[in-house]
Design a protein around this ligand. Structure first.
Ligand SMILES: O=C(O)CCC(=O)C(=O)O
Ligand SMILES: [Fe+2]
Length: 271
């Protein structure tokens, strides 16, 4: 059990296959980590956050968005994001040398605490995700939590972040292209937002192909959950008609280091 006092025994794990149109029944001997890597499955952890934590994240993020609007800071529109605000943690903003839309320290700390908790859960209960996707066996070997604490994770631009969507807000179809994405839905369908919402998924085909077809899976997990999926999985934050939808997202990989040998060849090692 990590320093965090969240009770891991409350967390449950559910594996959902992303249906592929060719319906080749996946009778797979692969580990969870390998199946995530291939884009075969989405893993959902339920009760990963307390409702009080979700409430804090939502209230603080909406307050930050209000303050940013008052200061006239408009969202720079990262990639396919269309919404009210996409706000990085303070550390993520500092890393990009752009404090634009950065979240306050107290909120950033809570987001990082949630992230570390999930990494600790992965280290302890989902080891194939740690070894396959985060190369925790090295060399040198480091736990997923250690990779976070020693700044050995490489994140997508301006992540970890909280996305705030209002009416019409969505995130266009894309793949995160890192090893692992953690997506924490923070809003409840039918209560906080109506008419759409949730995250749509396609099997690991090209984005052009995915854009021509309907998603084969839509998940709308309750707040407190976290979805884990691979960087090859095309997905989309579905538009909502009414209300507000927030998600907390982080996509990352273990920072690789290319080692050049005297004969001119390269091998990938880890710091
Ligand atoms: O809003 C969502 O469900 C998806 C967000 C997303 O894919 C991202 O931020 O990379
Ligand atoms: Fe994404």
């Amino acid at each position: 059990q990590p320093a965090d006092d969240h009770d891991f025994s409350r967390i449950s794990v559910e594996v959902t296959e992303i249906p592929a149109p060719d319906a080749s029944t996946t009778c797979s001997d692969l580990s969870l980590g390998e199946r995530i890597e291939k884009g075969e499955i989405i893993v959902q952890l339920s009760n990963a956050l307390e409702i009080s934590e979700v409430d804090y994240l939502v209230e603080s993020a909406l307050k930050a968005a209000d303050e940013q609007e008052e200061e006239g800071l408009t969202c720079p529109g990262d990639g396919g994001f269309q919404g009210r605000a996409r706000m990085p943690t303070l550390r993520a903003a500092q890393r990009e040398k752009c404090l634009h839309n950065a979240l306050p320290k107290a909120l950033s700390d809570k987001m990082e605490q949630a992230l570390v908790r999930i990494l600790a859960y992965i280290d302890l209960h989902l080891p194939s995700i740690a070894t396959t996707l985060l190369h925790t066996e090295g060399p040198p070997a480091r736990s997923a939590v250690d990779l976070f604490l020693k700044d050995l994770l490489d994140y997508n631009k301006r992540e970890p972040a909280i996305n705030v969507y209002t009416s019409g807000g969505h995130f266009g179809i894309h793949a995160d292209l890192k090893a692992l994405t953690l997506l924490f839905p923070l809003s409840t369908s039918g209560v906080d937002f109506e008419g759409g919402g949730g995250t749509a998924f396609w099997p690991p085909v090209s984005l052009e192909k995915a854009k021509e077809t309907d998603p084969t899976l839509v998940l709308v997990p309750p707040p407190g959950s976290v979805l884990l999926f691979g960087g090859v999985v095309p997905h989309k934050g579905l538009a909502i008609e009414k209300g507000t939808r927030l998600v907390f997202v982080a996509s990352f990989l273990r920072k690789p280091r290319l080692r050049r040998w005297p004969n001119g060849t390269y091998t990938r090692t880890y710091n």
